[in-house]
Design a binder for this molecule. Structure first.
Ligand SMILES: Cc1ncc(COP(=O)(O)O)c(C=O)c1O
Length: 419
């Protein structure tokens, strides 16, 4: 055996090159179309993608914008949230969720996550609404904490799994709140709704939903991109104006808006990739099932939990361990890429000191943030690579267990000797 063939090749956390090489011809065709028509902003490539993405999400409208953050901000701004209102979300998410809330003029308040799904805890949401809010004379819900009106909930479909939307929608109706989905990690994820009696797609259940097409997402652009989906034509029209300087007709500005449009080239690239998304999501589900099988007997790990009402699309495959740092270093030395999504919950970020939360206000988010590790996950990951990841994890956990046991034995021996 040659030296090079005895060194195991490294396994990236994410392989973004392979799918682009596989689709090279289709993708370069998009550039040619744009170059030959000079259609760079708006036009048929954007409209065709919007139509196809709305159909993929089972939503009536999709409005392409320049990022997931803009998508969420525009959705919040057009769904009846007023300046100074409270929007309820979770602390275990990417900061863009709360940036969008603040940029829309509202204030985020958190409820903790569920320890198994890592999404918004229904019990904690109910507790917040019952115990941390009052109704004023007009019946409006007011937050005790800030004295501000509460107007919306932003559940985040984290890691590609939808939050428990029936329960969230039921509470939202009871308390007169709007639900806006942060579906930035959940393109194609599904939820079995008892309420509607069928499987529903991410982006089709809230008043509006935001998607990110950041390159590493399940559907990623070759740059920045995002979209809002909604079944409400009025919201769709308002977002079309907001993304384009507040104009529905050139130089007729009904409101001040933003430069939040999606480039036609990005729309064309996304449209080309969209036809592969269902297959890629299926491959991610197969890869996830394989990891869960390979790691099932390792008692030092907590594996992802998929309730019977969920079909997750595994944007990330996240496990938990008490020995996170050691495991990540071990995998790094073995040439295996990992990540942490996310190491500091938002209530503990310096950017949110002014919200005055303490570490223990959201114990589940705090605990989870210290234990999570994201393993390599992408559609082209091979069984062989996964077996190596699992072998290295198991080698590390057995080694760690042996060290723990011998440490405990040493303590016992010295206790016996000193007795
Ligand atoms: C949960 C969540 N919300 C919002 C965003 C923002 O999307 P973008 O980076 O496209 O602005 C992201 C992207 O990483 C995300 O993961």
């Amino acid at each position: 055996m040659s030296i090079s063939s005895s060194i195991p090749s490294s396994i990236p956390f994410l392989d973004l090159v392979t799918p682009h090489i596989e689709l090279e011809q289709q993708l370069t065709g998009v550039f040619h179309r744009a170059l030959h028509t000079a259609g760079f902003i708006g036009g048929p490539m954007v409209e065709e993608f919007e139509e196809a993405f709305a159909a993929f999400c089972d939503a009536s409208h999709s409005i392409a914008v320049s990022s997931g953050t803009d998508a969420l901000r525009f959705a919040i701004m057009t769904c009846g949230v007023n300046a100074g209102d409270v929007v309820i979300t979770v602390p275990h998410t990417f900061i863009a969720t709360t940036e969008a809330i603040s940029q829309a003029g509202a204030v985020p308040e958190f409820v903790d996550i569920d320890e198994r799904t890592y999404n918004m805890s229904i019990e904690k949401l109910q507790q917040y609404l019952e115990e941390q809010c009052i109704r004023d004379r007009s019946g409006k819900l007011i937050s005790h904490r800030s004295g501000r009106p509460v107007s919306a909930i932003v559940p985040v479909h984290l890691y590609g799994q939808m939050a428990d939307m029936d329960a969230i929608l039921r509470l939202a109706e009871e308390y007169g709140l709007t639900v806006i989905e942060d579906a930035c990690q959940a393109h194609g994820a599904e939820y079995f709704s008892e309420r509607f009696g069928r499987w529903m797609k991410a982006g089709s259940m809230g008043r509006a939903a935001a998607f990110s097409f950041y390159p590493g997402k399940n559907l990623g652009a070759c740059g920045e991109a995002g979209a809002v989906t909604t079944n409400d034509a009025e919201i769709a029209n308002k977002i079309k104006m907001l993304r384009d300087h507040g104009q529905a007709k050139k130089y007729h500005h009904d409101v001040e808006g933003y430069n939040g449009r999606l480039d036609a080239i990005q729309a064309g690239l996304l449209h080309a990739k969209l036809s592969h998304l269902a297959k890629w999501n299926m491959q991610r589900r197969e890869r996830a099932a394989e990891y869960s099988c390979l790691l099932a007997n390792n008692e030092s790990l907590t594996l992802p939990y998929e309730p019977s009402w969920s079909r997750a699309v595994y944007h990330l495959y996240v496990i938990r361990t008490n020995e996170r740092d050691g495991m990540m270093s071990h995998l790094k030395e073995a040439g295996i890429g990992t990540g942490i999504h996310y190491p500091i919950p938002l209530h503990m970020q310096r950017a949110y000191v002014s919200l005055n939360y303490g570490l223990e206000d959201f114990p589940v988010a705090t605990k989870v943030s210290r234990e999570i590790v994201s393993l390599p996950m992408f559609p082209q990951l091979t069984s062989h690579q996964q077996a190596r990841v699992a072998d290295e994890i198991c080698a590390f956990t057995s080694q760690a267990m042996r060290k723990r046991i011998s440490g405990e034995e040493d303590v016992l021996v010295s206790a016996v000797q000193s007795a």
